[in-house]
Design a protein around this ligand. Structure first.
Ligand code: SAH
Length: 359
């Protein structure tokens, strides 16, 4: 395969490519619109480009789009897409309707290296990073499959993977999505969720194009977080919260702190009070995630009464708190349940085969 993947290029790169092929730069905008705004991937359909140009482009480029292997629709309308990448690896993307906006939950890696104790994706380990084109490609697939090219949607980077462990591709994808010649997704509609890879978080703080930030906190002491979120042993809770204090949060905006609730582990009244103390001085809101239980996860979900009492303690101390309704649990599309079939059902030999490039 010698042709370049056009879907991998941002507008500036596309302009350079056209120029080096001897074509006028302005065609790059037309091309970008076809691919990103209209989800067209066949050069023959790009009718405002001349025949010769189309032939030349078709010779030089391919346009790679993740392929839908399966689509599962939950009773609550949440739709999980199993997507196959060009090299055969599988990822999942989820559409969550009206929460109140329509939301796309995107993956940033195949698997995840963070190994949080309650997360199924973590059990897969890291297989590889997604490219910017593959991250943006999930949006192209979902908008096409759901007939949403003209609709507004939010994006949460809360699928498989740790976005700050794949920094360059994630930021390039956000710039590509934001481009006015593409879908012009406002970064305020994007939320990046992270365990807190500190050097990358510090870098994010300097970006001109800034998504909303969500921190997967999940614990109120160093020891507790060391046990649940292993990267805490490298970048501890205190340093993480200090970085959050320094993070440039716009007026009227807040950092979301996600807190997975595990029965008898981190769900006590004392934990709730500790959480509020930790967030002192940070423009914060708390999102409680009662555990989505799964086979192989050694924790239990607290009762609704316990979750509500925890939430009340936090709210009574003046911190905005919400409890995440679990969407798509019947199709295993809920938080921390994204794990691709190859890892879920197959034998080691089948898993290996699934990792080999398909010819
Ligand atoms: N790696 C990033 C992006 C994943 S977001 C991050 O950790 O922030 C997915 C969110 O769901 C994270 O807050 C994660 O901790 C949480 N989660 C993982 N497993 C879960 C489970 N079984 N039940 C509820 N939430 C879970």
């Amino acid at each position: 395969m010698y042709s370049h993947d056009l879907a991998e290029l941002d507008l500036a790169e596309l302009e350079q490519s056209l120029e080096s092929m001897g074509h006028p730069r302005f065609h790059a905008r037309q091309l970008y619109q076809w691919v990103h705004k209209r989800a067209v991937t066949d050069f023959a359909e790009m009718t405002d480009l001349g025949r010769e140009l189309r032939a030349s482009l078709a010779g030089a480029f391919r346009i790679v789009t993740p392929e839908v292997v399966r689509k599962e629709i939950s009773s609550d309308g949440t739709t999980k897409f199993l997507l196959r990448l060009e090299d055969g690896h599988l990822i999942e993307s989820v559409f969550i309707p009206d929460t109140p906006a329509n939301t796309f939950c995107l993956s940033t890696q195949v698997g995840c290296a963070m190994k949080c104790g309650f997360c199924l994706t973590g059990k897969m380990g890291i297989i590889r990073n997604l490219t910017a084109g593959e991250i943006v490609g999930q949006v192209r697939v979902l908008t096409r499959e759901l007939s949403m090219l003209q609709s507004r949607f939010n994006i949460v980077l809360m699928g498989m993977g740790e976005p700050l462990h794949n920094y360059d591709a994630v930021m390039k994808a956000l710039r590509m999505l934001n481009d006015e010649h593409g879908l012009a997704v406002n970064p305020r509609r994007v939320t990046l969720s992270t365990v807190g890879v500190l050097p990358a978080l510090e870098r994010l703080a300097t970006e001109p194009l800034m998504p909303n930030l969500a921190i997967s906190l999940h614990a109120t002491t160093e020891d507790q977080r060391d046990a649940l979120v292993p990267i805490n042993r490298k970048y501890g809770l205190k340093e993480l919260l200090d970085a959050c204090r320094r993070f440039p949060v716009k007026r009227r905006e807040r950092i979301t702190f996600e807190y997975v609730m595990l029965k008898d582990v981190n769900d006590t009244d004392e934990d709730a009070r500790g959480l509020v103390r930790l967030l002192n001085g940070i423009k914060a809101k708390v999102n409680l995630l009662p555990l989505n239980e799964a086979a192989g996860i050694p924790y239990e979900r607290p009762s609704d009464a316990r979750v509500n009492r925890f939430a009340k303690i936090v709210a009574d101390r003046g911190v905005t708190v919400s409890v995440r309704k679990s969407r798509g649990r019947d199709i295993r599309a809920a938080c921390g349940q994204l794990i691709t079939e190859s890892a879920r059902q197959k034998t080691p030999a089948q898993q290996l085969a699934a990792m080999l490039p398909i010819s």
